[in-house]
Design a protein around this ligand. Structure first.
Ligand SMILES: [Zn+2]
Length: 118
């Protein structure tokens, strides 16, 4: 697998030229219509629910065992577990949704090239 392509996706850059920005602004999930550098049409992406599904699986497999281990080792009340793990999960989702979506778009660009043709 081409790691530079995934690196560009993780950095929210265009999957074709790895230079142009994918998103309209730094804190927005809205894609630009096209790459400002190479002109790739971003409206042809089809990431759909892919980024959310990846996050559900990855964060679920990370957070739940850690929370169970913390519950076993610590004597926190239930409300504190809910607060800590809920807030931590939200922070990780907000921090990683844009890069994960960039990687899914990069994977689509590599493995489904016909989606991007005119
Ligand atoms: Zn580009």
């Amino acid at each position: 697998m081409d790691s530079s392509m995934l690196k560009a996706g993780w950095e929210c850059k265009c999957p074709k030229c790895h230079i142009g920005d994918l998103y309209k602004s730094r804190f927005d999930l809205t894609l630009k219509d096209e790459c400002a550098h190479c002109g790739l049409d971003f409206t042809k992406n089809d990431s759909a629910d892919g980024p959310a599904v990846f996050l559900i699986f990855v964060l679920g497999f990370l957070i739940v065992p850690i929370a169970l281990l913390a519950d076993h080792l610590l004597t926190w009340p239930l409300w504190l577990h809910g607060l800590v793990w809920g807030v931590l999960t939200l922070i990780l989702i907000v921090a990683s949704l844009r890069p994960i979506k960039g990687c899914v778009i990069a994977l689509q660009y590599k493995h489904r090239p016909r989606d991007w043709e005119e």
